[in-house]
Write a protein that binds this ligand. Structure first.
Ligand code: SPD
Length: 364
């Protein structure tokens, strides 16, 4: 009897063995460019012995295309929450095993609850960093062209064609991000930036087409260096990226002074999420990485390097005062009230947005 029990037990353990087999010590990460501290990956590798391959992107659309095609080969990806919501519906992600994420307790409960709108119960992802989409500008060059009263605190700086024309020679860039720039243009026009009415998309796109002759390019990462080097002077861009541009200019000591504003009309507030694709080959290692990033010191180091806000409550005391006190990174409550979060566009709305975007970019 005893022998039979042992046999059965060992047969059972053979059946479940693959689930517990130790993963090969590798991890494939796909994150936004300019979005991690210099030593984060090295520290993770040292601590865990896991070898990381780290690739970057600068567009939610590019990430989404890879995820929907399947077999991306990635174990960790970082979609923005509004994109992640529909990717969850498409079955792209696996649920997190929260027993492997003890550092979850470090996260800001309010922010996690807010992103629960996109992922009920925070079952599939945790917040990596968050930020706003606002205006980065070269203080001197804008002043030279628009005077002391240049509306640097307003979307009119970019979307008023008269201003855009005066700034054209020093270079305006817009993010290549239809779900962000069309709503910003709608907001400039006094429309609800969260509207999903095709007519509103069209009006927003027409406002972009009106300034298109004065826009040097649409791109979502090149503007960091261009602003820093003085090669462009206004960018509609992501908060931390503009602060990185300012930092690079300061380090180069090249006389370029960069500033970032959240427009007074309001701005998009977004959350980028750490998630594990359903077909990830190394989910154990992926959980180790997510837990590692939620360590207060590690996430504070990232914020201190990339100038994006952390959603980690325990990290707050470890963040540089200069960053913590900057209203462009951690906005005051009255500014927060003017921020909006992106709706989850369904496939049809997404098609209309993209069609209008193409028309605006090609000036049709
Ligand atoms: N360079 C890092 C940029 C991260 C930007 N995340 C974009 C969120 C867009 N909604």
């Amino acid at each position: 009897m005893k022998f039979r029990t042992v046999l059965m037990a060992s047969a059972a353990s053979m059946l479940v063995a693959p689930a517990f087999a130790e993963e090969e010590k590798v991890l494939n990460i796909y994150n936004w460019s300019d979005y991690i501290a210099e030593d984060t990956i090295e520290k993770f590798e040292e601590e865990t012995g896991i070898k990381v391959t780290y690739d970057v992107f600068d567009s939610n659309e590019v990430l989404e295309a890879k995820l929907l095609a399947g077999s991306s080969g990635y174990d960790i990806v970082v979609p923005s929450a509004s994109f992640m919501a529909r990717q969850i519906q498409a079955g792209v992600f696996q649920k997190l095993d929260k027993s492997k994420l003890p550092n979850l307790e470090n996260m800001d409960g309010q922010i996690m609850q807010n992103v629960g709108e996109y992922d009920p119960g925070n079952e599939h992802a945790v917040v990596y960093m968050w930020g706003t989409t606002g205006i980065g500008y070269n203080v001197e060059k804008v002043k030279e062209r628009l005077g002391e009263d240049a509306p640097t605190d307003s979307l009119a700086l970019i979307f008023d064609p008269a201003n855009a024309e005066k700034l054209a020679d020093c270079g305006i860039s817009l993010l290549d991000a239809p779900t962000e720039i069309i709503p910003a243009a709608m907001n400039y026009l006094g429309l609800d930036p969260r509207s999903t009415d095709p007519e509103d998309f069209k009006k927003g796109a027409e406002a972009i087409a009106a300034i298109k002759p004065h826009v040097r390019y649409f791109h979502s990462s090149q503007y960091i260096n261009d602003l820093a080097n003085g090669d462009t002077c206004v960018a509609m861009g992501w908060s931390g990226d503009v602060f990185q541009a300012r930092d690079r200019a300061d380090e180069a000591d090249n006389g370029v002074s960069i500033s970032y504003t959240i427009p007074k009309e309001g701005a998009l507030q977004w959350f980028d999420m750490l998630a594990i694709p359903a077909d990830a080959k190394h989910p154990e290692n992926a959980h180790k990485f997510i837990n590692f990033v939620m360590d207060a010191q590690i996430t504070a180091d990232i914020t201190n390097y990339v100038w994006y806000a952390s959603a980690n409550e325990k990290a707050i005391d470890l963040i540089d005062g200069e960053i913590l006190e900057d209203p462009g990174i951690f906005p005051a409550d009255e500014v927060k009230e003017k921020l909006w979060v992106s709706p989850v566009y369904d496939a049809k709305q997404d098609r209309v947005l993209n069609r209008e975007w193409t028309k605006a970019k090609t000036g049709q």
